[in-house]
Design a protein around this ligand. Structure first.
Ligand SMILES: [Zn+2]
Length: 115
């Protein structure tokens, strides 16, 4: 498919496919105490080297398996992927989808996202 060339594209660190930047979630590695932490950056405001991944836990899992995070963000060792994983879980599950009708209603937490 020949897409419009002026849309900036980025490569997903999970599936390695190129996609328009706005379809991907940017994330950065920040130092948290004595380790690194991967933080989602939906507003693309955090400084530093960023990498991109589809907002899809499958892509996240692929990237984690291949240790693509370190390669994309140029760090060695292990980073805490918790905040990024959590963000992906939150955005990939449509609100109101309860797997087996569990009764606990989830408070809708508004992740500050621009329209
Ligand atoms: Zn992907």
């Amino acid at each position: 498919m020949a897409g419009p060339t002026r849309t900036p594209t980025r490569t997903c660190v999970g599936c390695r496919k190129r996609a328009p930047a706005f379809e991907l979630l940017r994330f950065v590695a920040v130092r948290a105490g004595d380790h690194l932490q991967l933080r989602p950056d939906p507003n693309r405001r955090l400084p530093g080297r960023g990498a991109h991944v589809h907002p899809d836990p499958a892509c996240f899992a692929q990237a984690e398996r291949r240790r693509a995070f370190g390669r994309a963000l140029r760090f060695t060792g292990v980073a805490d992927t918790g905040p990024l994983a959590e963000h992906l879980r939150a955005v990939s599950v449509p609100p109101g989808t309860n797997e087996d009708g569990a009764s606990a209603p989830r408070p809708t937490s508004k992740v500050g996202r621009p329209t």
